[in-house]
Ligand binder design. Sequence first.
Ligand code: SF4
Length: 355
Amino acid sequence: MKKRRNTKTVKVGNIKIGGMNDIVIQTMTTSKTKNISETVSQINTYATAGAKIVRLAILDKEDAYAIKEIVQQVTVPLVADIHFDYRLALICIKNGIDKIRINPGNIGSEEKIKKVVDACKLKNIPIRIGINGGSLEKDIIEKYGVTSKGMLESAKYHVRLLEKLDFYNILLSLKSSDISKTVEAYLAASKEFDYPLHLGVTEAGTLFGGTIRSSIGLGILLYEGIGDTIRVSLSADPIEEVKVAKELLSSLGLYNKPKIISCPTCGRIQYNMFNLVNKVEAYLESKDYDITVAVMGCAVNGPGEAKAADIGIAGGKGEGLIFVNGKIKRKVQEEYMFDELISEINDFVKSRKLN
Ligand code: SF4
């Protein structure tokens, strides 16, 4: 993987984005923000799942005023997603929001933009400019079409509006539903700006298709050292967005979570391995262990194929072999495989902490 590109650091509540800080996982609520109890419950659920920042859609004044109560009941910083209406931004800022997503070019007169900028300056609140391939400015489309070049030009236009007012507390996203355009736009933006980049493929699709598309698009960029915060957009429960983001970052060594190695199984399998590996995955989901666990289909190739794991199990007919650091430790009966493997994992984590 290439060296991480250094960007400016911005602060969203107590979370730092950019520079050499960890890449921050975000998601977005699906509730009506004015439905305070539902919104709070969603935010807390996503935070427990691993989201470090949560964004809310602000459609009207009621949504904006709800921020005041919501911020008091959650622990993660919140972002207000606003289109066009600068007054909503001002209400959110006044009521304790930590970041605003609004495109200055859509706000209207310079006077209105200045009002938002001044309010943000006063509270040290950053603004994310969110370029979306599907809603570029008319004149830009006429000149460049809906292209990555057009997306970059749009970003430049919006950035200029803020910089003109001496505002530099900026993050940028350049999302398209087309993966190539998304990647090209971010590559170009990373050369043009040193503001932190918020990565995403917009309208990526369903849990299955969207995960693949986001992984390709975001994976290429992250591999290039580009990206400071990510949101995986899926037509699915936001918890899934968080899970996919964690797995994506972890696959590139950018996030610490337990890794599971498992074989695809073949004709040598003699036990219900899928059931075991799914249970192990569910158990490790909420753990922050830095451990690699292998769940293998047989003892013929299993231990060898899973040498990279700290702990593994290779199942056979009615029993399984547990191995630690590549060496067989003991035999367990099939019905106890899950419990015994988990107990070995916990012992391993404990002993590593002691050493
Ligand atoms: S570990 Fe065993 S069951 Fe799994 S793919 Fe390899 S040979 Fe087949």
